[in-house]
Write a protein that binds this ligand. Structure first.
Ligand code: HEM
Length: 388
C-alpha cells in the first residue's frame, strides 16, 4: 500500500486533539495508580509481609503508604481533567480552557436526561466524580503519619472505591438494547481493570524495590516471594486483557489488513506491539529469572538472591513500566473505528463468535498453565543440576 492510498484509506481518521490525548492518558494513569496499587497491595505485598512477620515490613509499608497517598493526588488531578474533557467533547467546539471552569463542569453534571434515558448522563458522571473524590481523599489520608498505622484498612477501603470509579462511569444512561452491548460494557470494564492492575502493580513494585538499600538480610527471600505472587496476578491480567482486547478489536476491526490500512488499526497495531513487548518481558521473568531465583534460594545463596530479586528483576520491570506507559499514551489514538473508516459492516454478535471466544479463553488458560508448569520444571531442573 503506497502513501497515497494509505492517506485515502485513513482520510476518515481524526487525530485527537492534545487535550484529549493528555486527559485520556492521564485518566488511565490515575486509575492504574489507584486500582493497580491497592489490588497489588491486597494480593501481593500484604500477604508476603504477613508471612512470618518480615523484618522489612516497616520500610515497605512506609513506601506503600507514600505511593498510595500520591496516587490519590494523581487520581484527583486526572479525574478533573477527564471531566473537563467530557464537557469539551459534549460542548462541540468549546475550548478546553473554558471546559475547565467549575461553572461549565457543574452545568454539565446538572444537564437533564436525554430522551429515552432512565437517568441523566450528567448524574452518572456526578456520582462517578463523587466516588473519585472519596477515593482520592481516602488515599491521601495516608499523608498523615498517624493514618499510616491503619494502612491495611485504608488500602482495603480504597480498593473497591477505586474500582467503582470506572464501573460507575460505565453505567449506561440508556438501557442497552441487546446482549452485544451488555457484553461490550462488561468486557470493556474487564479490560480496563485488568490493564490498570497489571500496569499499576508493576509501578508499585519498582517503587518498592527502590528501598533496597534500607532492607535487611532477608530481603532476597521476601522479594522472591513478592515477584512470585505478582507473577500470578500479572498472568491473570494478561489473560483477561487479551480476551477482552480481542473482543474490543473484533468490534472495531473487520479484517487483519485494517491494522495497517486504517488510522484506528495503525494505532491499535502500535499498541499491540507494545503489549507484545510487555508479555515477552513477563515471559523472560517467568522462564529465565524465576528458575534462577528458586535455585539461589535453595542454595541459600543470599548474594545471588538479592542481585536477582533487587537488581536484575526491577531492571526488567522498569522496561515493562515504560512500555506500559507507552500503551496508555497510544490509547487516545485508538479512536473511531476501522470498520467505519473502511466502510465494513458493523460487527454482529452470534453463536459462532461466542464459540470462538470460549475456545480462545480455553487456549489462553492452557498456555498460561503451561507457562507456570514450564517455570516450575525449569526451577526444579536448575536446582537438580546444582553441583553437590
Ligand atoms: C497492557 C495491556 C493493555 C492495557 C493496559 C490496555 C488498556 C486499555 C484501555 C484503558 C482502553 C480504553 C477503554 C475505554 O476507553 O473504555 C483500551 C482500549 C482498547 N484496547 Fe486495550 N489494553 C491492553 C491490551 C490490549 C490488547 C492485548 C488488545 C487486543 C488484543 C487491546 C485492544 C483494545 C481495543 C481494540 C481498545 C479500543 C476499544 C474502543 O475503541 O472502544 N488492548 N485498552
Amino acid at each position: 500500500m503506497n502513501t497515497a492510498s494509505l492517506a485515502a484509506a485513513t482520510a476518515d481518521y481524526t487525530v485527537p486533539q492534545l487535550w484529549r490525548i493528555l486527559a485520556k492518558t492521564g485518566y488511565f494513569l490515575g486509575l492504574s495508580g489507584a486500582i493497580g496499587a491497592t489490588v497489588t497491595y491486597a494480593t501481593t505485598v500484604r500477604p508476603a509481609l504477613r508471612e512470618g512477620e518480615r523484618e522489612d515490613g516497616g520500610v515497605l509499608r512506609g513506601r506503600v503508604a507514600a505511593f498510595l497517598a500520591w496516587s490519590g493526588v494523581a487520581l484527583l488531578v486526572a479525574g478533573y481533567f477527564q471531566l473537563a474533557a467530557r464537557v469539551a467533547r459534549v460542548g462541540k467546539g468549546m475550548p478546553f480552557g473554558d471546559a475547565l471552569a467549575p461553572s461549565a463542569l457543574w452545568d454539565f453534571l446538572r444537564a437533564p436526561a436525554a430522551k429515552g434515558a432512565w437517568i441523566a448522563q450528567g448524574t452518572v458522571y456526578l456520582v462517578q466524580n463523587l466516588v473519585l473524590l472519596v477515593t482520592a481523599a481516602t488515599l491521601m489520608a495516608l499523608f498523615a503519619p498517624a493514618a499510616r498505622r491503619h494502612l491495611d484498612r485504608i488500602a482495603l477501603t480504597a480498593l473497591p472505591l477505586a474500582l467503582a470509579v470506572t464501573f460507575v462511569a460505565a453505567v449506561p444512561a440508556v438501557r442497552p438494547p441487546d446482549v452485544d452491548t451488555w457484553l461490550n460494557l462488561v468486557l470493556d470494564q474487564a479490560h480496563i481493570v485488568s490493564g490498570t492492575v497489571w500496569l499499576g502493580g508493576l509501578v508499585l513494585l519498582v517503587a518498592l524495590a527502590g528501598t533496597r538499600r534500607r532492607l535487611g538480610e532477608g530481603a532476597g527471600l521476601l522479594w522472591a516471594d513478592l515477584w512470585r505472587r505478582f507473577g500470578l496476578v500479572a498472568m491473570v491480567c494478561v489473560a483477561v486483557v487479551t480476551v477482552s482486547g480481542l473482543w474490543l478489536s473484533w468490534r472495531h476491526v473487520a479484517a487483519v489488513s485494517q491494522l495497517w490500512t486504517t488510522g484506528y488499526g495503525i494505532a491499535l497495531l502500535v499498541k499491540l506491539l507494545l503489549v507484545a513487548g510487555l508479555v515477552a518481558a513477563g515471559a523472560f521473568n517467568q522462564l529465565w529469572l524465576m528458575p534462577r531465583i528458586v535455585r539461589a534460594r535453595s542454595a541459600d545463596d543470599t548474594a545471588s538472591l538479592v542481585h536477582l530479586t533487587l537488581r536484575h528483576f526491577p531492571k526488567v520491570v522498569w522496561g515493562e513500566v515504560v512500555l506500559g506507559v507507552a500503551v496508555l499514551a497510544v490509547l487516545p489514538f485508538i479512536a473511531g473505528s476501522s470498520r467505519a473508516e473502511a466502510g465494513s459492516p458493523k460487527a454482529v454478535f452470534s453463536g459462532s463468535v461466542l464459540g470462538a471466544g470460549v475456545a480462545l479463553v480455553a487456549a489462553l488458560a492452557l498456555s498460561l498453565y503451561a507457562t507456570v508448569k514450564a517455570s516450575d520444571i525449569l526451577a526444579r531442573r536448575t536446582v537438580g543440576a546444582r553441583p553437590a
